[in-house]
Design a protein around this ligand. Structure first.
Ligand SMILES: NC(=O)c1ccc[n+]([C@@H]2O[C@H](COP(=O)([O-])OP(=O)(O)OC[C@H]3O[C@@H](n4cnc5c(N)ncnc54)[C@H](OP(=O)(O)O)[C@@H]3O)[C@@H](O)[C@H]2O)c1
Length: 272
């Protein structure tokens, strides 16, 4: 029986994946905020489904989840990073971090690095990171990662996408057997669109989602294929289509700088 761990597994594409893998006979651990949503999807196979409630924009919660997974799991075959809460404006968490950077990068860094041993214990481990690949190599503001100055949704989004591509370098350097896929859907997916956004984006999601959006069950087919037949090394996909990895002039160095910054944030975070 495979073990699949899914952050953001209570709604949208994460929930669709959780339902699929429960139906396929896998053990599925869902991390999210709503136990009620989890119970609804786990009803079909409660003995193979597990829920860990967490606010992953808080590093303390991320650490608690990692500790729990280490205690309760012998290995992880697939780690799917799909927690999402879109903020159009800069927002600081009670720990003092910019919320999108914390949720979309620092928490993913924590999971990828601290769960490396559990992934290593699987025969064919894979990480599917739902960060849309293809951001520019220079999208990271190394001198102001939490964008105290000049935060815009566009800059913040591009930075976390680029950082998550570089996170694959760190992950696969440490474990060459690991598959690490940055994946984005081919087009809009009709999901919960969890977030705090302005009226324009809210109306666009409400109107365009049902009109043009792909159903989550359809959107995740390529992720299921990746998990069923993982290939070691880094890869990038939009939908089912492989995309070239974005290569910058100093990716290894940038990945190391990101790792150092994330370790500093983890060390310094209040209450962690
Ligand atoms: N939908 C699209 O068209 C689209 C396009 C490009 C990329 N993506 C990416 O695909 C992934 C999945 O997106 P989606 O639209 O399917 O998601 P979604 O329906 O908006 O669901 C978001 C999930 O994240 C969880 N979540 C939100 N904030 C959290 C927090 N602070 N801590 C822990 N969990 C939290 C939610 O949990 P609760 O429900 O329990 O609160 C929920 O399970 C995301 O990475 C997103 O960026 C989506």
């Amino acid at each position: 029986m495979r073990t699949i761990v899914i952050t953001g597994g209570t709604d949208g594409m994460g929930a669709a994946l959780a339902r699929h893998h429960l139906a396929a006979g896998d053990r599925v651990t869902v991390i999210g905020r709503s136990r009620a949503k989890f119970e609804a999807l786990a009803a079909a196979a409660p003995s193979r489904a597990e829920f860990v409630a967490a606010d992953l924009s808080l590093l303390a919660d991320g650490r608690r989840v990692v500790d729990r997974l280490k205690r309760s799991h012998e290995r992880i075959d697939a780690l799917v990073l799909a927690a999402s809460f879109v903020r159009q404006r800069r927002h600081e968490t009670p720990e003092g971090h910019e919320a999108s950077w914390a949720l979309f990068f620092l928490s993913k860094y924590l999971f990828v690095t601290r769960l490396a041993d559990l992934l290593h214990a699987a025969d064919r481990p894979v990480i599917v990171n739902t960060a849309v690949p293809g951001a520019r190599p220079d999208a990271i503001a190394f001198d102001d990662l939490e964008m105290v100055d000049g935060f815009t949704f566009k800059r913040s989004n591009a930075q976390q996408r680029r950082a998550n591509e570089l996170l694959g370098i760190l992950a696969t350097d440490r474990n060459p057997d690991l598959g690490y896929v940055t994946w984005g859907p081919a087009r809009l997916v009709r999901s919960s669109f969890a977030g705090e956004v302005g009226a324009g984006m809210r109306v666009a999601a409400a109107v365009l989602g049902p009109l043009l959006g792909q159903h989550p069950e359809d959107a995740i087919r390529p992720i299921i294929d990746v998990i069923d037949a993982p290939i070691p090394g880094r890869a990038a996909y939009r939908g089912a289509k492989a995309r070239p990895l974005t290569v910058g002039p100093h990716d290894e160095e940038d990945a190391a700088r990101l790792a150092q910054a994330a370790e500093d944030a983890l060390t310094k975070t209040r209450g962690v």
